[in-house]
Design a protein around this ligand. Sequence first.
Ligand SMILES: Nc1ncnc2c1ncn2[C@@H]1O[C@H](COP(=O)(O)OP(=O)(O)O)[C@@H](O)[C@H]1O
Ligand SMILES: [Mg+2]
Length: 173
Amino acid sequence: MKKRYPRTLSSGANNTVIALNETEVGKLYTDDTRSDIGSEAEKMKFANTINSLIVKFLRLDELNDNTEMLVMERIYPMDFRAYEYEKRELWLEILEDELKELHKAGFVHRDLRRPSDVVGLKFDNVFLTNTGFRLIDVGISALKTQVGEKLFARYVTQELQEFEELRTFILER
Ligand SMILES: Nc1ncnc2c1ncn2[C@@H]1O[C@H](COP(=O)(O)OP(=O)(O)O)[C@@H](O)[C@H]1O
Ligand SMILES: [Mg+2]
C-alpha cells in the first residue's frame, strides 16, 4: 500500500484530501501532482461569488516543503436514501437552479459524473448535506472567459445530461 498522510479523508485518482479540523479540509498538491492549485483556487473563488453550490474556498497554505494545500470548508455528506422522495425532488430542483445560475455566470463544473472507466462512486463530487446538494472538486471546471463560447456551450450541454442522470440515480433508489 502506498504511504498515507495522517488524517486522510480520501486519496483518489488525483489528489489526497486531509481533514485539518472539524470545519476545514486541505486538498494536497505535491510536485508530482499535475493539476494546478492556483487555477483550481481561482475557479472555486469565482463560483463562490455566484452562489453557495460549490464548496467554499478558504485559503492557500503549505503542509511541508514540497506539498501545497488548498484549504476549503469541510462538508459531511449524508445518504440520500434516508430522505423522502419529495425532499430529494426539492433538493434536486434547487441543485438544478444553482447549476444553471453558475452556467449563466460563465462557470461549468464538468465533473458531476465520473467517467465510466474510472473506478469509484459514480457521483462522488456531489455531496448531499442538510442544506441540500453541494459540489466539490473544480479540478476540471471551466470558465467561459478561458475556454470560449463554443467549448463552454458544449460543456454545459454535457453537464445538463449528467444532471439528468444524477436525478434518475437519486430518485430511483
Ligand atoms: N470539502 C470537502 N469536504 C469533505 N470531503 C472532501 C472535500 N473535498 C474533497 N473531499 C473528499 O476527498 C475526495 C477527493 O477530493 P476531490 O476534490 O474530488 O479530488 P479528486 O480530484 O482527486 O477527485 C472527495 O471525493 C471527498 O471524499
Ligand atoms: Mg473528485
